[in-house]
Ligand binder design. Structure first.
Ligand code: ARG
Length: 263
């Protein structure tokens, strides 16, 4: 995670961002600290990346790299405003003993567009990551990558429309309305038992959630997901991320997952 020390909405690269609307920087920091503390209270280790001035979206750490089996595939941002975040992430991994670190060739916004399940890596395209990055991820991680097409600009990253609930059981939740008809059919075929979110919960960024396989941390307004999550044996943990939502990000965007090597 990367604290929102320089967070503000000074440009607009997705429909959520309106630079004319005020952002409460102190509240953003408070909300981020609350999320970090909840992870720690649940027993998870949180590593901190130093924020850099001039990179207001750096708080969205999920976009900085994808780590699977301890192998690190860096990011290449679609928008020049975020370009400089990528080397900062790569430097962190190199300094922290990760041996396999690859700088990507193609536009790849990391966990924004790559979701890891037991059997596959689900990969979004349409707004940010290039389909060529999907091939690159498949080759680098040696896992089958399933390309999915995003069609609604509000759901510009895969992680705004789909969340993995249990990496060991191929269990996901998603909002079908964010995907092309073909991609919807692919998801229905691969995940027939998936939790389907309503348009309302999707618009509350409820799919931008992080699950540890039991607790699902999700933004507070997405209350419609609580009952279906509980029915599936998960415990919803509501977190207030209102200030980060003004940049189009929530719980998952603020969280990069460090998946260790298979033991
Ligand atoms: N303002 C950021 C952008 O548009 C938000 C990124 C959200 N991150 C995410 N993983 N969806 O790039």
């Amino acid at each position: 995670m990367c604290p929102p020390a320089h967070f503000r909405v000074s440009y607009s690269i997705n429909p959520w961002m309106d630079p004319s609307k005020p952002v409460d920087a102190a509240l953003a920091m408070f909300q981020w600290e609350d999320l970090r503390d909840r992870y720690r209270a649940l027993g998870h280790t949180v590593e901190i990346l130093d924020p850099l001035p001039g990179l207001p979206d750096m708080v969205f750490a999920a976009n900085g790299a994808t780590v699977v089996d301890g192998r690190v595939l860096g990011a290449k941002f679609a928008n020049p405003e975020r370009t400089e975040e990528a080397p900062a992430h790569l430097a962190w991994f190199r300094a922290h003993g990760f041996a396999e670190v690859r700088e990507p060739e193609h536009v790849n916004e990391a966990e924004g567009d790559l979701a890891v399940t037991a059997g596959w890596i689900l990969a979004g395209q349409g707004f940010r990551s290039s389909p060529l990055a999907h091939d690159e991820a498949q080759e680098f991680f040696g896992r089958p990558v399933i390309s999915l097409e995003l069609t609604d600009p509000r759901y510009y990253h895969l992680d705004t429309a789909l969340a993995v609930l249990d990496e060991t059981r191929d269990e996901i939740m998603y909002f079908p309305g964010a995907f092309s008809p073909g991609s919807r059919a692919v998801l229905a075929r691969l995940f027939p038992g998936a939790l389907l979110a309503t348009a309302q919960d999707a618009a509350a960024l409820g799919l931008n959630a992080v699950s540890d396989g039991r607790h699902v941390l999700l933004p507070r307004p997405a209350t419609g997901l609580h009952a279906p999550l509980r029915e599936r044996g998960f415990e919803p943990v509501a977190v207030d991320m209102s200030e980060l939502h003004k940049a189009g990000g929530s719980v998952k965007c603020c969280t990069m997952e460090l998946r260790p090597p298979a033991s």
